[in-house]
Design a protein around this ligand. Structure first.
Ligand SMILES: [Zn+2]
Length: 221
């Protein structure tokens, strides 16, 4: 299998476009191979009345297909761990990510930071899963965790980290990537998540700067 230039590990369909759609597109635009690993099908999200709750996972998977196609992603792998319950399935998630690492031998891996960007328990579990898999992986790869340069000021949500904790755990940005020519593709990808319009709106509200400049924290291993 061709080694991947970039492998992105996230929790839900939409995380990849919202948090690093620019980096994904830039990588593929330059001829690189990008792969996404999404640990859940996102079946516990909101439907906004566009489908039934039973249909949501399939609808979100289709949204992911369209969004990642726009970004030029070579393979969008979706696993079926429980949305909202990733924290109870970390060993399974770790095994799945480790398997993806071994198959794709990526040059670079992007994952969530410890605060999950918004304190979401699935995002935080996805961070631990990615790091546990990388710890067991014998290959060499650069590891970048998504972060932001502006403070987090959202209201708290039940089950999420408190906003002050999210902000207190925010990692310093060691790399910043100007989205530039990839902005149109990033917006188009984000626009495919119709059922997740509130998440798209929230990213625009919380992290408007990351639309134009994606920030990452390089992990030294
Ligand atoms: Zn998410």
């Amino acid at each position: 299998m061709t080694p991947a230039d970039l492998l992105v590990v996230v929790a839900h369909p939409d995380d990849e476009s919202l948090h690093c759609g620019g980096l994904l597109h830039r990588t593929t635009r330059r001829g690189g191979v990008a792969v996404t690993v999404t640990l859940t099908r996102g079946g516990a999200g909101r439907t906004l009345g566009m489908c039934t709750e039973d249909e949501l996972a399939a609808v979100r998977e289709e949204e992911l297909r369209r969004a990642t196609e726009v970004l030029g992603v070579a393979s969008a792998e979706v696993y079926d761990l429980p949305d909202g319950g990733l924290v109870d399935h970390e060993p399974e998630g770790t095994a799945l990510v480790l398997d993806a690492l071994r198959r794709w031998t990526p040059r670079r891996v992007v994952a969530f930071p410890p605060n999950g960007m918004n304190g979401h328990p699935d995002h935080r579990a996805a961070h631990r899963i990615a790091l546990a898999a990388l710890h067991r992986y014998r290959g060499t790869t650069d590891v970048l965790l998504v972060t932001s340069t502006a403070p987090y000021t959202e209201c708290g949500r039940p089950g999420f980290l408190a906003p002050s904790q999210v902000e207190g755990m925010r990692l310093p940005a060691t790399e910043q990537m100007v989205v530039g020519e990839s902005l149109e593709a990033k917006l188009r990808a984000m626009g495919h998540y119709e059922t997740q319009a509130r998440s798209v709106a929230k990213i625009l509200r919380c992290y408007p700067e990351t639309l134009f400049t994606e920030a990452f924290h390089r992990v030294t291993r």
